[in-house]
Ligand binder design. Structure first.
Ligand code: SPV
Ligand code: MG
Length: 618
């Protein structure tokens, strides 16, 4: 920092501020007889080894101006395209997109300019050399810009348009009062940013600090539901996350953001700025970013983006959190939490590590919301099919557990296990304990006995329904065997499949609930959902709390919203990955056989890059 007039006052003040900066003060002993070109000359030895920011000491600017200047990848000078050309102050002449001349005397092709520069070392050394030449020739009473004007053809300095952001010199008492007023307005601005995180790290603190510099900071905290649909189930619930963020210095206010879309909060709060990392420029958040820009444009707000910090430490932290979510105790209880939070959860079939990853990672962004499956269904049909075997309880429990283990190893979402008939009550007890210990959230057992066949055969094959009494004994024994409160047993009613009538289905449902079932699954193989609707309506009239599960493979026209409205809690897409995957594989095999080579098959194959990114490296 070059000093002159009131040198000691300036130095004392700077030291008093205790800034985290090492400031070297260089005094210009003849400040009253020279211009600052000579002050720079005095400090020249300190100015030769890095990019610099050069500014006049009487310049006042808002933080965003300085951030924009300092983040500029090229040398630049602050100019304004919206301010009128000043009579007596600096103007910059622009030629071919570069600063050609700076001074108070230029009016043609000029823009209002402020002496605030970021100078890359190469450009600065050219200018500094010119300054040295000027001073050594005793030309010490002009602006340093005069030296620049002589060498500007050797420098690449771009105009950086700060439009009507505050960036002004204070030359007179009038300037002082105008700028004091403008600073007050700057201070009143509001900034909005949104957090989904459940742990605060240095990167968050850094972005909060930067955001705070733009105005009063309002933080939107994503609701649990929005977080769960966006990345993973929050480890810390909303109220705690809200309290955590409210207590960070610089946060003025915290509000709930109920969806990934910022729309509602932006329209209600109308912040002057929205701050975000630049990681959403691409990827699935891109439409959300665009929506933010559109809304800001409606009222003249501005989006400020900072480089996203991909600190390896943070990746490690996230990995640890994911690992935690995958642990049996945390995973097991999450289905119940999701049911309480969302009312209706969805599950998709998984029968291997890779289908587990698809269930875990597939995300769709629609109307500012993200959609993911909440849970995974380990179907007996698909597990058996993957092994080339019929769905008749032939694949034994040891093998089924192996499938669960494969899936659990690479995923974090809760698991609903298709326990077929549950086998003998004496065996079912062990199955419950094993599943619970592994971290499975729910087992569904169907009220059939003997050689079980897949329900979608209906009455085309011989299938025997268990007695109510027997099945209730199994449920009660299973409930007594479990150790935690999280684990759930769902009783699946086959009465409609086996054409035993609605009354039988309802009688069984109420009996199973009495026997201890946490949930009931009503199954049907009719395309028309009427019997499912009738069952759910009748059941809900008497029981408003027991979870209802459906598997809409046949009655597949019903939407999740329609199910939610009648009181269904779990929708299981039981076999779609298997049914879509195998035809694709058959097609690939056929294509190779037809062409006697693999080239034609490539068009229907996932790229190697996509498949390796689907599988995360450990
Ligand atoms: C399964 O997916 O194995 C089921 C559902 O049990 S269903 O195939 O519809 O019977
Ligand atoms: Mg099954």
């Amino acid at each position: 920092m070059t000093t002159g007039y009131y040198d000691k006052v300036l130095i004392d003040y700077c030291n008093f501020l205790q800034l985290p900066l090492k400031i070297t003060f260089v005094n210009n002993p003849v400040y009253d007889k020279t211009n600052y070109i000579y002050s720079i000359y005095c400090a020249r030895e300190f100015l030769k080894d890095d990019d610099i920011v050069l500014m006049h000491g009487d310049l006042v600017f808002e933080n965003l101006v300085f951030e924009t200047v300092i983040n500029s990848p090229e040398s630049c000078m602050a100019v304004s395209s919206t301010l009128p050309l000043p009579e007596k102050d600096f103007k910059a002449v622009i030629k071919d997109g570069l600063i050609e001349k700076v001074g108070i005397e230029f009016f043609d092709n000029a823009m209002a300019a402020q002496p605030l520069y970021k100078l890359k070392i190469a450009d600065w050394l050219v200018w500094l050399k010119a300054i040295e030449n000027f001073c050594e020739a005793d030309k010490v009473n002009c602006y340093a810009e005069k030296a620049f004007n002589e060498v500007s053809d050797k420098c690449i300095i771009k105009p950086l348009d700060v439009k009507d952001m505050l960036c002004s010199e204070i030359d007179t008492p009038d300037d002082l009062s105008i700028i004091t007023e403008r600073l007050r307005m700057v201070d009143d601005r509001t900034v909005y940013m949104c957090f989904s995180t459940d742990f605060i790290h240095s990167g968050h603190i850094a972005i909060i600090k930067r955001a705070r510099r733009l105005g009063k900071l309002i933080v939107g905290v994503l609701s649990d539901e929005a977080v769960a649909s966006y990345k993973r189930f929050p480890l810390v619930p909303f109220e705690e996350r809200k309290a955590l963020i409210s207590n960070i210095a610089g946060v003025e206010r915290v509000v709930e953001q109920k969806t990934l879309s910022y729309a509602d909060n932006l329209r209600a709060l109308k912040p002057d700025y929205v701050v975000h990392g630049d990681d959403w420029v691409n990827g699935f958040q891109k439409p959300i970013r665009q929506e933010v820009i559109n809304i800001l444009n409606e009222y003249g707000g501005q989006l400020v983006e900072y480089p996203y910090s991909s600190d390896p430490k943070l990746k490690e932290l996230d990995k640890r959190n994911r690992a935690e979510l995958a642990m049996p105790d945390l995973r097991r209880g999450r289905l119940k939490k999701l049911l309480n939070m969302k009312g209706l959860v969805t599950a998709i079939e998984a029968h291997s590590g890779i289908t587990g990853l698809i269930a875990e990672k597939t995300t769709v962004l629609q109307d500012g919301k993200t959609y993911q499956f909440d849970a995974m269904w380990i179907s007996s049909l698909c597990d058996s099919t993957a092994k080339g075997k019929p769905d008749i309880e032939l694949v034994d429990m040891t093998s089924r557990f192996r499938t669960i283990d494969d899936i659990m190893e690479v995923t974090t979402k809760p698991i609903i296990f298709d326990g077929d008939t549950g086998g003998l009550t004496e065996h079912f007890i062990y199955t419950v304990r094993s599943l619970e210990r592994m971290g499975v959230s729910m087992v569904i057992i169907e009220d059939k006995t003997g050689l079980k066949k897949n329900s979608l055969f209906g009455t085309e094959v011989k299938q025997t329904q268990d007695t109510i009494e027997n099945f209730c004994t199994k449920i009660t024994a299973g409930k007594a065997a479990q150790k935690t409160r999280d684990f759930m047993i769902c009783a699946r009613i086959e009465s409609l499949i086996l054409e035993q009538g609605m009354e039988d289905a309802l009688t069984r449902a109420f009996s199973y609930v009495k026997a201890g079932a946490d949930a009931i699954m009503i199954h049907s193989r009719k395309k028309d959902p009427a019997e499912i609707f009738e069952f759910v309506n009748k059941f809900r009239k008497e029981d408003s709390s027991t979870y209802i599960v459906v598997v809409p493979t046949s009655f597949n026209s019903v939407t999740e919203d329609e199910f939610r409205q009648i009181g269904v809690n779990v929708v299981i897409y039981a076999n779609q990955l298997t049914r879509s995957g195998f035809p694709a594989m058959q097609n690939a095999a056929r294509t190779i056989l037809e062409h006697h080579r693999a080239k034609e098959c490539d068009d229907i194959c996932m790229s190697i890059k996509d498949i390796i990114t689907l599988i995360p490296e450990e």
